[in-house]
Design a protein around this ligand. Structure first.
Ligand code: WT7
Length: 659
C-alpha cells in the first residue's frame, strides 16, 4: 500500500506549492534534508545558519560537543560566529521590508488594532535599548520582563538582545512570589513591566505584583513601566520614587538610532524558567545563534512560510512558544506576526475566527485546550466568518486528541488546510517532531515525523533503545542548534535532569509510541510534570505550597485526564493532627497555591485523606494515587509493600466523590 492509499493518512494535494521559503515541499525533499542533516549536521546547519541569520562575522565552525561530554563541555553551535540577534530580526529587513508590517497587534477589545512596520519596530527597539542602557543595563546583565501581550513586550525583549543583555520573561499570570524567585535566581538588575494587563475585559495588576515581588532582598535598581491604560485604577499603579520610571518618560524620549552590541554565537540570549519534576523551576538558557537558526528554520519549514503570510500565534510571550514563534522565528524571517492580547472567548466564542477574517490570517497556531474549548460551542461561531485566507493550522502544548484534530481540520480548516501538530519543549527551543506543511501526510493525533537534525529514540524501562514500532520514553540522540545549553547558575542540574537517566541521550520527560510508518504519538509526561491547558507545572511546586500552610501535614499532587484542560490537578492532603476545619484548610490551600505559583495554577480536586500510601521506607507511591485519580482503582497493582494498605481503600472511596 502506498502512503496515499492508507485510510488513516490525510493528504491534501491541492495546497499551493509556490513561493515558500521552506525548501521542503514534499516527502522526497524531507527525506533528503533529514538524511543530509544526519550525515553531516555541522555542514547542514552551518549552511542554514548562514542563509537565515544575519552575521557580523559568519561562523566557520558547526557543532562542538556532544551529549556524552555535556557535563564538562557545553554544546556549542557556530562557536566562532558573531552577531546581534536584533539585527537579524530588524535591521536587515529595513531595505526590503521597511514598510511591511512586522507586528500586527490586536488588543483585548477587537477595535484596538496597532500595526508596527519593520522600520517602526526598529526605531522603537533602538529607543528602548538606548533607554535601558541609560538606566544602566549592560551586556550580560539580566532583565526580568513581566508584561502582558503588548508590542512593548517584544520591543523590550529585542532591546535587551540589542544590548547583549539577557532577558527573562515571566508569564503575567505568575504570582509575586514566583516573580521574586526568578528575580533572585537570575540576579536581575532591572524589571520591565506595565501598569495593568488586559484580558477578557479585566485588569491584571502587573505593576502591583512587581511591587510585592520586590519586597525584601533583591538586586533590582530600576523598574521600567509601560502605561497600557492611563485610566487604570490608581490603587493598582503606584510609582516608587528613584526606582520606577514610565516608559513614556524614558523610552519615548530616547534616540531612535542605536548601534547594536556584537555578541558571540554562544552568548546567552534569554533565560526562561520552566517546571520540572522536582524542586523550583529551572532557568533554561538559550544562546544567540543556535536558537535563532533553529527558530527561523522551523518557523519557515513547519509552516511553509510565504512572504505575504499573515502569521498568528495565539500563545503568550511568557512561554517559550511566544519567544520562538511570535518574536524570534517570525521576525528573523521577516514575517508579519500577530500579537493577540485577549482570550479566545472574549467578547465572544468567535473571537479567533473574527480575527482571522478581519486580518486575513493565513497561518494560525494555537493550543489543543483552546480548540477543545471552542469546539464545545459547535461549528456555528466558526462558520459565521470567512476563513478562506487560512492555509496552515498549527497546534502546540499537549497531545491533541483525534476528535479535536478533526474539528480543527474540518470546521476551521474546511478540509483545505494543513494541520501541524508540533511537538517540542522549552528545552528544545523550537519544533522537533512535527508535520511539515504541506509535505507530511498527517495522521490525526500524531506529531508525525522528526525534523531534520532530530534523531528520536524510544527507550524501554531497561534503557534499551527500541527498534521499529513500540512505546517508550522519548529521547533525542544528537544535539540540534536550538537545544538549551544549561540551567542558569546550575549546570549540574541541567546534566542530571536531562542526561543522566539515559547516558549520552537527551531525555525529554515524555512517553511516546512509534507506529509501523515510523510516526510518533506523544502520550504525555512520564515524570511528575503536569500539563494543564498547555501550562507546564511541577507537582512538587504544588506540594511545597500546600505543606507550607499550618493546617496541612502532607500533600501529594497528581494529574488526571480532563476533557478540556488536558489534565486536571488532583491534590491529596493530610490534615495536621489537631486541625479539623476542612473548609478553612481548603480555603487556605487554594490561596497558598495561587500565592506561590499564580492564578493559572488551580487545584481541581482537593481530597482530604487520612494518610498517603507509603512504603515501609516512607516513600509515597504516587503511581497508586495517579491510578485512583485517573478513575482506575482496579488497576493499582501490588499494594502489599505499603506500610498501611488499608489507607488505599479509604482514598479510593473518597476519590469516588469526584467522578
Ligand atoms: C511539554 C513541553 C512546546 C511549547 C509549549 C510547551 C507537551 C508540547 C506537544 C504536542 C504532545 C506536547 C510535552 C512536552 N507538548 N507540545 N504537540 N503533542 N505533547 O512547552 O511548557 O516546555 O512543555 O508539552 O509533554 O514535554 P513546555
Amino acid at each position: 500500500m502506498t502512503e496515499a492509499e492508507r485510510p488513516d493518512i490525510i493528504d491534501v494535494d491541492d495546497r499551493v506549492r509556490a513561493g515558500s521559503t521552506s525548501q521542503i515541499q514534499d516527502m522526497p525533499a524531507y527525506r533528503e534534508h533529514w538524511a543530509r542533516a544526519e550525515a553531516d549536521p555541522g555542514g547542514y546547519w552551518l549552511a542554514q545558519a548562514k542563509q537565515r541569520v544575519h552575521w557580523r562575522k559568519p561562523p566557520t565552525r558547526g557543532l562542538e560537543g556532544d551529549f556524552w561530554s555535556v557535563r564538562d563541555s557545553p554544546i556549542a553551535w557556530f562557536g566562532d560566529g558573531e552577531l546581534n540577534v536584533s539585527e537579524s530580526c530588524l535591521d536587515r529587513h529595513l531595505e526590503r521590508r521597511g514598510d511591511k508590517t512586522a507586528i500586527l497587534w490586536e488588543g483585548d477589545e477587537p477595535s484596538e488594532v496597532r500595526k508596527l512596520s519593520y522600520s517602526q519596530l526598529h526605531a522603537e527597539v533602538c529607543r528602548c535599548a538606548n533607554a535601558l542602557a541609560e538606566l544602566g543595563l549592560k551586556k550580560g546583565e539580566r532583565a526580568i520582563i513581566y508584561m502582558g501581550m503588548v508590542p512593548e513586550a517584544a520591543i523590550a525583549m529585542l532591546a535587551c538582545a540589542r544590548l547583549g543583555a539577557v532577558h527573562s520573561v515571566v508569564f503575567g499570570g505568575f504570582s509575586a512570589e514566583a516573580v521574586r524567585d526568578r528575580v533572585r535566581d537570575c540576579g536581575a538588575s532591572i524589571v520591565i513591566t506595565q501598569d495593568v494587563g488586559k484580558r477578557g475585559g479585566k485588569n491584571i495588576p502587573l505593576k502591583r505584583t512587581v511591587d510585592a515581588a520586590l519586597e525584601g532582598e533583591h538586586g533590582v535598581e530600576k523598574v521600567l513601566v509601560y502605561q497600557r491604560d492611563a485610566e487604570a485604577p490608581a490603587e493598582l499603579v503606584s510609582m516608587q520614587d528613584g526606582r520606577d520610571l514610565w516608559w513614556h518618560d524614558t523610552v519615548d524620549k530616547a534616540s531612535e538610532t542605536h548601534e547594536a552590541t556584537t555578541c558571540g554565537a554562544e552568548d546567552p540570549l534569554f533565560i526562561l524558567y520552566t517546571s520540572g519534576s522536582t524542586g523550583r523551576p529551572k532557568g533554561l538558557v538559550h544562546t544567540c545563534a543556535g536558537y535563532l537558526t533553529w527558530t527561523a528554520y522551523t518557523h519557515a519549514v513547519t509552516f511553509d512560510l510565504r512572504e505575504d503570510d499573515v502569521y498568528a500565534c495565539a500563545a503568550d510571550i511568557g512561554w517559550v512558544t511566544g519567544h520562538s514563534y511570535i518574536v524570534y522565528g517570525p521576525l528573523c524571517n521577516g514575517a508579519t506576526s500577530v500579537i493577540f492580547e485577549s482570550i479566545p472567548t472574549y467578547p465572544d466564542v468567535d473571537r479567533y475566527w473574527d480575527m482571522v477574517a478581519r486580518h486575513q490570517i493565513t497561518v494560525f497556531y494555537t493550543a489543543p485546550t483552546a480548540i477543545r474549548t471552542l469546539a464545545a460551542h459547535g461549528p456555528e461561531p466558526v462558520r459565521k466568518h470567512d476563513l478562506s485566507s487560512l492555509r496552515v493550522l498549527g497546534t502546540v502544548g499537549e497531545p491533541i486528541d483525534p476528535v479535536a484534530w478533526q474539528w480543527y481540520y474540518e470546521v476551521v480548516g474546511q478540509e483545505r488546510c494543513a494541520v501541524v501538530d508540533t511537538w517540542w519543549q522549552t528545552e528544545t527551543g523550537g519544533h522537533c517532531i512535527t508535520p511539515i506543511a504541506p509535505a507530511t501526510p498527517e495522521k490525526p493525533g500524531s506529531a508525525t515525523l522528526p525534523l531534520p537534525g532530530i534523531l528520536p529514540t524510544l527507550v524501554d524501562d531497561d534503557a534499551r533503545a527500541l527498534i521499529g514500532p513500540g512505546q517508550g520514553r522519548l529521547c533525542l540522540e544528537h544535539p540540534w542548534p536550538g537545544i538549551a545549553r544549561t540551567v542558569w547558575g546550575d549546570h549540574e542540574r541541567y546534566v542530571s535532569t536531562y542526561f543522566t537517566m539515559f547516558e549520552g541521550r537527551y531525555f525529554t520527560g515524555d512517553g511516546c509510541r512509534r507506529d509501523a510508518d515510523g510516526y510518533y504519538w506523544i502520550t504525555g509526561r512520564v515524570d511528575d510534570v503536569l500539563n494543564v491547558s498547555g501550562h507546564r507545572m511541577g507537582t512538587a511546586e504544588f506540594e511545597s505550597a500546600l505543606i507550607a500552610i499550618d493546617e496541612l501535614a502532607e500533600a501529594a499532587v497528581v494529574g488526571y485526564p480532563h476533557p478540556v484542560k488536558g489534565q486536571g490537578v488532583h491534590a491529596y492532603v493530610v490534615l495536621q493532627p489537631g486541625s479539623d476545619d476542612r473548609a478553612e484548610a481548603a480555603k487556605n490551600a487554594h490561596r497558598a497555591v495561587r500565592a506561590s505559583i499564580g492564578a493559572h495554577a488551580r487545584i481541581d480536586r482537593l481530597q482530604f485523606v487520612p494518610g498517603l500510601p507509603k512504603t515501609r521506607s516512607g516513600k509515597c507511591m504516587r503511581r497508586i494515587l495517579r491510578k485512583i485519580a485517573e478513575g482506575e482503582p482496579d488497576k493499582l497493582g501490588d499494594v502489599s509493600t505499603l506500610a498501611d494498605p488499608s489507607v488505599v481503600e479509604v482514598i479510593v472511596r473518597g476519590a469516588e466523590l469526584f467522578s
